[in-house]
Design a protein around this ligand. Sequence first.
Ligand code: FDA
Length: 304
Amino acid sequence: MLSILNKTILILISLLPRKIVYFFAGRYVAGQSTSSIINATKQINKLGFSATIDILGEHTATLEESKTISRDYINLYQEIENHALDSNISIKPSHIGLDISYDLCLENLLLIADKASKTNNFLRIDMESSKSTNDTIKLLKDSHTKYKNTGTVFQAYLNRTINDIKKLEYENVNYRLCKGIYKESEDIAILNRKKINDNYIKILRQGFSMGHYIGIATHDTELLKQIYSMINELKISNDQFEFQVLYGVPMHGWLEKHLENNFKVRVYIPYGKDWYDYSIRRLKENPNIIWYIIKNIFIKNNSK
Ligand code: FDA
């Protein structure tokens, strides 16, 4: 029943004019221009949070486009340095050419990682669907041998993740741990919410025991409570992790709590002209997000 309702709302949203869709998606996207992302990041930094910027877009289809986008990322590192922003960058492999070829994607990635290195910054390779998990881990290995300032993301809903983590045996391991946003089959992924959380905790414990630096990316209050207990129990030092959240997602007091505990918090800020396709694709990939948005609008309007 819920799924039919989700699909119906999704079709209705797809038919709406862009301006109205922006009303739904706008709070999760920091504008479309470079100046808007610089301003948004300054605001986030002023509040005491670090940032990671993502230029919206994925599944780039041509070599030329992948080169243009890679140049945009390189220029963005320069803007971050020029404006003394506290921000790194998150990049989707398919945005810089993975759908075209692995070699092209790696070539682009190395150019961007080089600029990240020259500006004393860091490059995070986002994790897309399970079709690209192997390639993404390989991209990390291939870039990390030359550029230590690169890291990736692991998804707690994938059965394979705990073993992927155990195999990370190089220095300065740095990854984000999230639940995973893509639609995956039950052959390879955990679909039950409680079991995903259990696996998240198991992976986090494993990562901490191996001395990894982990970006703990979740808004889930229940999970956060368990993570706080684990950090206390294992006496994990606050230089071994940071919390990460998505721009615009309500955190119900947890951001303040993280800061009070002297825990670093990083906000993932997407921006760019491809906001529409991104938002619609995100909604299609996970229609449940529609309910977060509706709930958030409702809470926002009620709290006025
Ligand atoms: P859960 O899904 O249980 O959400 C908890 C609560 O958070 C919800 O009840 C809702 O209120 C709120 N919420 C969560 N997501 C929301 C949204 N989009 N809009 C509004 N409210 C929302 N995934 C991936 O596959 N690859 C990646 O590289 C990344 N990168 C990434 C970076 C960062 C910084 C974050 C926080 C998340 C990601 N993700 C991701 C997405 C992640 O996998 C996951 O889908 C979402 O974070 C939602 O999972 P939660 O852990 O927040 O729990």
